[in-house]
Structure formats: structure tokens, C-alpha cells
Design a protein around this ligand. Structure first.
Ligand SMILES: *Cc1c(COP(=O)(O)O)cnc(C)c1O
Length: 408
């Protein structure tokens, strides 16, 4: 194994082309990829294998809320990696216990029972099972443009036909109604409805916040009809929208909360959290080998502590407001609408976003799409004000120049 050739090979600087060739050779094919190979990150900056620097407004789809390699998260991972990495839930663990205490202390409402898992989709799966179990009912109503993940249960709740169609039959009992339409929801809820499943700001669906009245109406509907309200905060949770949780903007609390993405500080981590009054699951009703492992729990505590110590939700609110004001001031009829909360920002344009994303990338700014015509900005909440200004300047130039070009 450790012959000199092997060692020599791995001491050569690895180039972008080699990385791309290797990945493409063994790829599942399931991902749309851009031709950049990242090898390092710090704060809101990332570097590719050829030493090129980018400002990261993708944050791994909202994972890197604390930026890359935040010293608190790095130290927690390094420390715990030398102590204990695995400890199944058949046993107790100090890091898991500390995380559960800290996490529930930050979640408003009486949401106290927690199932730890490893991803957003797993959190959705757990929430669906919990809702079916606690209500004794089978059906789930989700929303159009909603995105909840790609495992079969989560996929059944996801709206996009393109993702679902090739994999039928999916889990029965799922229904989709227009988002932010209380009447549509009221019409489909029956005695068989176990849960309504919604995002507070639809992420993949185009960065679309719902109205306060809508969510308060959903809360009332659930209370009247005995269905549970599941809120998917896999993308919006943990400071992203300017509050710890996006549901704090709308004056109600869910029965079941799904977390993921930013929760583990970059390590795979998800959580389902539900009201104490619902009770607990019976032994064996659910489980996960890696769920609640000490390494992820240590990283997650560092995330929660840093969000609190650095007051990052408030920082996201402040920077987001300024960023959106700057985007709204862009003089380009290409811009249809700027919307979002905190540092979850969408710019809907009157053309497909792919060439705009490419141009931004060529100028050192990484930005996500959210559907075909929306640019989605999810910068780390620690992004420096000067970095955000630099992003704004480039976006302005790109959009204003493109507009000129389309007029010529
Ligand atoms: C990303 C996402 C998921 C799925 O999370 P995975 O970790 O990719 O399984 C679910 N819901 C929302 C709102 C998301 O943004």
C-alpha cells in the first residue's frame, strides 16, 4: 500500500483538472457541477486547487452559517476527535447530553423532545413518522414549490414533479396545495390528516417567505382539527433569517421542528424536535446508527454557542437588510423582485440565471440558483461587511451590464 509511488503521488500538488477528471470518472451522475475544485476555506472565503479565491454565497446550501473553519468549531471537532467519536444511543454520552440541554434552551415553545439524525431528509422522515405515530392518522399535506429532501418519504412531500416522477410509487397519503394560501389548506384537511408540512421561507422553491397571517391560520387549523404542524427549518434555522428560527418571525410555534444543514457546523447532523405534550416514541419506533454521535454533538454545541456569543442572528438581520436595500437599488429592468429575510436573499430576474451565475463565478463570487429565474444568496452569517459590499458591487455590475447588452 505505502510504496513510494503512492506517497509521491499524494505529495504532488493536486490540480483542478485532475480532481474533476477523477470525480467525473466515478460520479453517480446525480449532481449538476460547476468546474471549480475547492480545497480550503476560511470565513466567507474559499480557495480552489489552483489558488483562486472566491467569496462564498452558497455556504454549502446553507450549511456554513458560521463560515468555513470557524475556530470554535474546528477546536471542538479536533478536541472531540481525540476523545470519543462514536457512541450509539444504546449508551449515554456527555456531548449528546450537553447538546440536548443547549439546543432545547434556544428553541422557543415547549419543543423539548429530540431525535438526532444525520441530514435534513432524515429529519423530515423522522417528523413524518412521529406525526403518524402521535396522531394515529396517515395523511400529510405539503405545499407547492416545497422542498423537503430526496429520500422516499421526504420526496413524497417535495413538490417538484421532475424529482418525484421517475420514482413512483412514492409513499401514499401525500397531498400538495398552493403555498401561502390558507383556504386551500383548510379545504384539504380532514380527520385523516396527520400533519401539515411547511417551510417558513421556501428555499429551493425560490426564496419565498410566507405571510404572518398564513402561519397563524395554519396554527389555528391544526389546533381545531387535531393535525400537527411540522415546520421544516432545515435551511432557515439557526440564524439564517435574522432570528434563531424563522417561525419566530410569524408569532406561532410548530408542533414538530426539523433541523439540518447548519446544525452540525459542517458535519452531517439533523434533528427532529417536538412538543413535550406529545410525549415520546416507544422503544424501537425509530433509530439511527450515527444519530447523536459525540463528534457531531460537540461541533453542534460550538455552533450554538457561537451563534449566541457573536449574536449572529441579529447580525444576519442587520446585514441582510442592508444587502437587500443595495440589491433593490440596482438599476436594471432585468430585476423582477428582491425578497428574503436576513441573509437568505433571492433576486428574481427576467431571464434564466445560469449565465448570470457563471459570470459571477468568473468574477469570484459563488451564488446559488433557486429555480430557473432566482439568484439565491446564502452567505455565511460571519461574512465581513466589506465582503458583502464587494458581492453587491459585482452583482450590480453584472446585472446592469447584461441589461445594456440586451438593449443594444
Ligand atoms: C436541504 C433541505 C432539505 C434536505 O436536507 P438534506 O440534508 O439534503 O437531506 C430538506 N428541507 C429543506 C427546506 C432543505 O433546504
Amino acid at each position: 500500500m505505502h510504496d513510494s509511488q503512492y506517497v509521491a503521488h499524494h505529495t504532488q500538488p493536486v490540480r483542478t483538472g485532475d480532481i474533476i477528471t477523477a470525480e467525473n470518472t466515478y460520479t453517480s451522475g446525480a449532481y449538476q457541477k460547476r468546474p471549480i475544485a475547492l480545497v480550503r476555506g476560511q470565513g466567507a472565503r474559499v480557495w480552489d486547487a489552483d489558488g483562486r479565491q472566491y467569496i462564498d454565497c452558497m455556504s454549502g446550501h446553507g450549511v456554513a452559517n458560521l463560515g468555513h473553519c470557524h475556530p470554535a468549531v474546528t477546536a471542538a471537532i479536533q478536541d472531540q476527535a481525540a476523545k470519543l467519536v462514536t457512541c450509539s444511543e444504546a449508551l449515554y454520552n456527555d456531548q449528546r447530553a450537553a447538546l440536548l440541554v443547549e439546543l432545547t434552551a434556544h428553541i422557543p415553545g415547549d419543543l423539548k423532545q429530540v431525535f438526532l439524525c444525520n441530514s435534513g431528509a432524515e429529519a423530515i422522515e423522522g417528523a413524518i413518522k412521529a406525526a403518524r405515530f402521535f396522531t394515529g392518522r396517515a395523511e400529510v399535506v405539503a405545499t407547492m414549490r416545497g422542498f423537503h429532501g430526496r429520500t422516499l418519504g421526504a420526496l413524497s412531500a417535495t413538490w417538484n414533479e421532475e424529482y418525484r416522477k421517475p420514482f413512483a410509487p412514492l409513499v401514499p397519503g401525500f397531498n400538495h396545495v398552493p403555498f401561502n394560501d390558507l383556504e386551500a389548506m383548510a379545504e384539504v384537511i380532514t380527520d385523516h390528516t396527520a400533519a401539515l408540512l411547511v417551510e417558513i421561507v421556501q428555499g429551493e422553491g425560490g426564496v419565498r417567505p410566507g405571510d404572518v397571517d398564513y402561519f397563524q391560520g395554519l396554527r389555528r387549523l391544526c389546533d381545531e382539527r387535531g393535525a400537527l404542524l411540522i415546520v421544516d427549518e432545515v435551511q432557515t434555522g439557526l440564524g439564517r433569517t435574522g432570528r434563531w428560527f424563522a417561525y419566530e418571525h410569524v408569532g406561532m410555534a410548530p408542533d414538530v421542528l426539523c433541523l439540518g444543514k447548519a446544525l452540525g457546523g459542517g458535519l452531517p447532523m439533523g434533528a427532529v424536535v417536538w412538543r413535550e405534550s406529545l410525549g415520546t416514541l416507544p422503544i424501537g419506533a425509530h433509530g439511527s446508527t450515527f444519530g447523536g454521535n459525540p463528534l457531531a454533538c460537540a461541533a453542534s454545541q460550538a455552533v450554538l454557542r457561537t451563534l449566541a456569543d457573536e449574536d449572529l442572528p441579529a447580525r444576519a438581520a442587520r446585514l441582510g437588510e442592508r444587502f437587500m436595500a443595495g440589491l433593490r437599488a440596482i438599476q436594471s429592468p432585468l430585476v423582477r423582485e428582491v425578497r428574503g429575510w436576513g441573509l437568505m436573499v433571492g433576486v428574481e430576474v427576467r431571464q434564466r440565471v445560469t449565465p448570470i451565475l457563471k459570470e459571477l463565478m468568473d468574477r469570484g463570487i459563488l451564488v446559488l440558483p433557486a429555480g430557473p429565474t432566482v439568484l439565491r444568496f446564502l452567505p455565511p452569517l460571519v461574512i465581513e461587511e466589506a465582503e458583502l459590499e464587494a458581492v453587491l458591487k459585482v452583482v450590480r455590475e453584472v446585472l446592469e451590464k447584461r441589461n445594456q447588452r440586451s438593449v443594444e
